[in-house]
Design a protein around this ligand. Structure first.
Ligand code: GDP
Length: 142
């Protein structure tokens, strides 16, 4: 089934100048980038994005991190895009991520782990709409 998912290249990756390599990694896959922009979230915007994690021990830390610098937000589209992108990212903790995954290659900690990906169709819909209007997504108005 063709799906859309929300991907973010996080501030650690932009900061250490590997966003081009992450984009290349996506281009070499079977996923298509159908929207892409660079943004800098405020702390409140990061809290809204990660609202499901409110109350967890890392909530303050991860939202501070996500608002610490620019990120690149993207919509990826393709067959089973949600699972496919999470497979390409690897596990949350880069130390446990499978070799060859993005987090294994470029991640530096469980928090500074390079990329984000939606984890289910409902969250993908919420997350895509959090950052993009229909007009900004290629093919979005078809
Ligand atoms: P994901 O779906 O693999 O991104 O993982 P989660 O949804 O569980 O967590 C969201 C994000 O919060 C992760 O990608 C990390 O950046 C951060 N995070 C998760 N667990 C921890 C933790 O134990 N400590 C800290 N500092 N950050 C964490």
């Amino acid at each position: 089934m063709t799906q859309q998912t929300l991907a973010i290249i996080k501030p650690d990756a932009v900061g250490k100048k590997c966003m081009g390599e992450v984009v290349r990694f996506i281009e070499q896959s079977d996923l298509r980038i159908t929207a892409m922009k660079m943004i800098r979230m405020t702390k409140a915007e990061a809290e809204g994005f990660y609202a499901v994690h409110r109350g967890k021990h890392f909530f303050d830390s991860v939202t501070t991190f996500m608002s610490s610098g620019p990120c690149v937000v993207m919509v990826l589209e393709g067959a089973e895009a949600i699972a496919r992108w999470r497979e390409m990212m690897g596990l949350t903790d880069p130390g446990k991520a499978a070799p060859g995954t993005i987090r294994a290659k470029w991640g530096s900690s469980i928090e500074k782990n390079v990329v984000h990906g939606s984890d289910a169709p409902e969250t993908a819909l919420f997350e895509v709409r959090y950052f993009f209007s229909e007009m900004e997504i290629i093919g979005g108005k078809e």
